[in-house]
Write a new protein. Structure first.
Length: 177
């Protein structure tokens, strides 16, 4: 995977992302500072990782979504359940051909974070970390994560294999810590 091409592809899935990211640089996980490294350089669901790090469950807020047959994309914010603070921005592209209808329905409802849905339904899954990115926020990301435009944070590109098929492509960006 070429991280630049994948980032461009994912950010173009939903309209209005022209000023989402001002700059993105692919970095080795060995160069990522803590706590970003523990949050991003792994093969686990970000839902679980964010809940563990922040010490509370996270809620999902769907900002935008688009659907074309079995392919569904959405832009989300994960927020702390205790105070509503944003902890993660994400863009997800999901090919629903590889999961049961009940999983699809729950994801499309926008009420439960994607990772929690897959775990609850015991979908056979494997997460493949594609790249870690050092990101300079544009206006859209800054507003979503309550940060300053041009402030830096870190994110990742990943693919979730469901039932042995590459079903989900992800851009996951941590709020600044």
């Amino acid at each position: 995977m070429n991280p630049t091409d994948e980032l461009r592809r994912l950010t173009s899935l939903v309209p209005g992302n022209e000023d989402l990211i001002r700059r993105a640089e692919h970095v080795s996980s060995s160069l990522v500072p803590e706590p970003y490294k523990q949050l991003l350089a792994h093969d686990q669901h970000m839902t679980v990782t964010m809940e563990k790090y922040h010490g509370c469950p996270v809620n999902v807020q769907v900002m935008q979504e688009v659907s074309d047959g079995d392919v569904y994309a959405r832009q989300i914010i994960l927020t702390r359940s205790d105070n509503g603070a944003p902890v993660q921005f994400g863009i997800v592209r999901f090919d629903f051909r590889y999961v049961p209808k009940q999983v699809r329905d729950e994801i499309e409802s926008g009420q439960i974070p994607l990772g929690r849905v897959l775990i609850t339904h015991n979908v056979l899954r494997h997460i493949d970390l594609g790249a870690i990115l050092k990101i300079t926020a544009g206006k859209v990301l800054a507003e979503a994560l309550a940060m300053d435009a041009d402030q830096q944070t870190y994110g990742r590109l990943a693919t979730i294999f469901c039932n042995r098929h590459p079903a989900v492509d992800l851009l996951e960006i941590s709020a600044p810590l």
